[in-house]
Design a protein around this ligand. Structure first.
Ligand code: FNR
Length: 195
């Protein structure tokens, strides 16, 4: 069986972030043939600069991030909601992942099978950020899972003191979206093999 490699990014830099905890829960509840690696370098990604956005001039951390996304079979993004939208640090990284001005490298997000989840203490559970992120992913032509939607609302009630996701509904939705992501990865693999 081919193991699918999924690269995961949390849009929160906060220690104890519910969105980062959600990614750790995803690692625990993956379908058997999926490995999830959680990115821990978002804080180091500099502001997007078009003048530097070519292979020779990009900061090494950006080239490394682009390579890791290009090599991954799929992406998993956990987004907080900041002021009804996507946190700037996450959007900034997405901008660096969206381009290939030389036409030789490949656009890391182009057609990448991707699942979006999110957590927020409020009752809307990051829905506006997730919708904003879907709009961004239309721009990058990213292949985003449509359903199920994983909106972990009242997120402070969903994890135990050790940070484990204990809410059964949320666990079921997380498993559902990972299965849907696996389906997209399988379809993408078949498409590329047929090409
Ligand atoms: C927030 N938060 C928030 N929540 C929400 O539901 N809608 C919103 O528009 C906002 N706006 C917002 C702006 C800023 C600057 C901050 C810092 C926070 C609250 C946010 O959902 C909460 O802090 C989450 O816990 C953030 O996710 P992590 O860090 O737990 O992953």
């Amino acid at each position: 069986m081919t193991v699918s490699k999924v690269f995961a990014i949390s849009g929160s830099l906060r220690a104890g972030s519910h969105n980062t905890l959600l990614l750790h829960a995803a690692r625990k509840f993956t379908p058997g043939d999926m490995e999830i690696e959680i990115f821990d370098g978002l804080r180091e990604i500099p502001p997007y600069d078009r003048d530097l956005d070519n292979p020779e001039d990009r900061p090494a951390v950006v080239n490394d991030l682009r390579r890791r996304v290009l090599e991954a079979d799929g992406l998993l993004i956990a987004t907080p909601e900041y002021n009804h939208s996507v946190p700037g640090v996450l959007k900034n990284a997405i901008d660096w992942l969206s381009t290939d001005w030389s036409g030789t490298e490949g656009r890391p997000l182009h057609r990448k099978p991707t699942a979006v989840v999110g957590a927020a203490p409020a009752n809307l559970g990051s829905v506006r950020a997730q919708l904003a992120l879907r709009q961004v992913f239309a721009g990058t032509e990213t292949d985003v899972v449509v359903k199920p939607e994983v909106l972990v609302f009242r997120s402070h009630e969903r994890f135990d003191a050790e940070g484990n996701l204990t809410d059964e509904t949320a666990v079921g939705l997380l498993q559902g979206i990972l299965t849907a992501l696996q389906d997209k990865i399988d379809a993408d693999r078949a498409r590329r093999q047929a090409a």
